[in-house]
Design a binder for this molecule. Structure first.
Ligand code: ADP
Ligand code: MG
Length: 377
């Protein structure tokens, strides 16, 4: 990828560029917890975006997207927003830096990536954090701290791409380190690194490639359930609730709201259990918590679907250590923690049996926990 980017850059521009890279992300555990003030547990992966970037001494941005074979050129004022959706990520990052009092001048760039688009691995965050890091390095002497770079990516999604996301994706993409996951407290933004560098296990994502749109707005309905229960229990968010509190109030809460809150409260505990297990190097325990999360997402939070439950069951039958839905649910990937000597058997079974049943093969993405945004020298 690196050689191709440099070659494409030389064909289009005359200056000599600096290379930057950033990463997509996984979330090991901690689902539907962000809006409940809880924990998420992401890490950057070995799939990302790489960009060659050089200032061009003008006021315009010229950028070529290798994977799409598309070129865009635009100015740096609010009125200059490009039409192409991919270019709006680059434009948005530049604008958000400028809005914060930072400097961005004209630049030339060529970029490419290997994060599958829209598969739940956050290719958009990889793109944002790569350019945020590059523009901070080239025009701002790295004065903008990394957390702010993540916020710049998040604001780009909100203000230029129409995606009202939380901070997790950009945070992981900017802050990720090789062999480490990050427990991020979505209430306080405190974070802590935990080792994730198993000798005998690997992570693999199985992408069902289905996306079910359910009637109504299931995501908003679940948020509302959580807010109702929090209000009933007299806490700001379910972060501050315990199972004892929930049980004591059970008769005043609808069965559905009870199940939703139960999942959120238990999920908070599972994240903390996984932290202890990682410190002890106990990956079998990590895996058990992942299965428990899947059960909760399926039975209590009710955001699974037939295809994801099927993949989870195949994982169990193949002796996979841990498996669960990754992301909001209703489709997308499962994330699987697999002993190395079971990997090829599991992947063969998952792909073959899924295809037989649903008529299309799932995609398989092995991932290694790797570094986030950085300059390549
Ligand atoms: P994801 O879950 O992967 O973040 P999104 O829909 O949020 O999915 O972001 C995908 C969008 O990000 C693409 O449609 C494209 O505009 C942009 N993008 C990501 N990676 C690339 C790439 N390698 N080249 C061009 N655009 C990209
Ligand atoms: Mg995205």
């Amino acid at each position: 990828m690196k050689n191709q980017i440099i070659k494409e850059f030389k064909e289009r521009f005359t200056s000599s560029p600096t290379l930057y890279a950033s990463a997509g992300r996984i979330n090991l555990i901690g689902e539907h917890t962000d809006y409940n003030g809880g924990f998420v547990f992401p890490g950057a992966i070995d799939k990302g975006i790489m960009a060659a970037v050089a200032p061009n001494a003008g006021e315009r941005v010229r950028v070529y997207a290798v994977n799409l074979g598309e070129y865009a050129e635009f100015g740096l004022e609010e009125k200059d927003a490009p039409r192409q959706s991919w270019a709006r990520y680059v434009f948005g990052v530049a604008r958000e830096i400028i809005k914060r009092g930072g400097t961005v001048k004209g630049f030339d760039a060529v970029f490419a990536g290997d994060v599958p688009l829209g598969a739940g691995l956050s290719s958009s965050a990889a793109l944002e954090s790569c350019f945020a890091f590059a523009l901070n390095d080239l025009f701002n002497d790295n004065r903008i701290d990394r957390i702010e770079l993540a916020r710049i990516g998040q604001s780009t999604e909100h203000n230029y791409c129409g995606v009202n996301c939380g901070i997790m994706d950009q945070f992981a993409s900017v802050m990720g380190q090789r062999g480490k996951l990050i427990r991020l407290d979505c209430r306080s933004m405190e974070y802590e690194y935990f080792p994730f560098d198993p000798a005998d296990y690997e992570l693999v994502l199985i992408d069902s490639k289905v996306k079910h749109e359910l009637a109504g707005s299931p995501y908003n309905r679940r948020r509302e359930s959580c807010e109702r229960v929090a209000a009933r229990l007299g806490v700001e968010t379910l972060r501050d609730a315990t199972m004892d509190m929930l049980e004591a109030a059970k008769s005043d809460i609808s069965d559905e709201d009870y199940k939703r809150a139960k999942f959120v409260i238990e999920e908070k505990e599972r994240v903390l259990t996984v932290c202890d297990a990682l410190l002890a190097g106990d990956y079998e325990e990590v895996g058990r918590q992942m299965y428990a999360t899947h059960r909760g997402l399926s039975a209590d939070y009710e955001v699974s679907c037939e295809e994801l439950d099927f993949l989870n069951e195949v994982a169990r039958e193949c002796g996979v250590a841990g498996s669960r839905i990754m992301g909001g649910g209703f489709g997308g990937c499962t994330i699987n923690l697999v002993a190395k000597d079971r990997m090829s058997h599991f992947v063969t079974e998952a792909v073959g049996r899924f295809r037989e049943r649903y008529g299309h093969a799932p995609e398989v993405y092995p991932v290694v926990i790797s570094a986030g945004a950085r300059r390549l020298d």
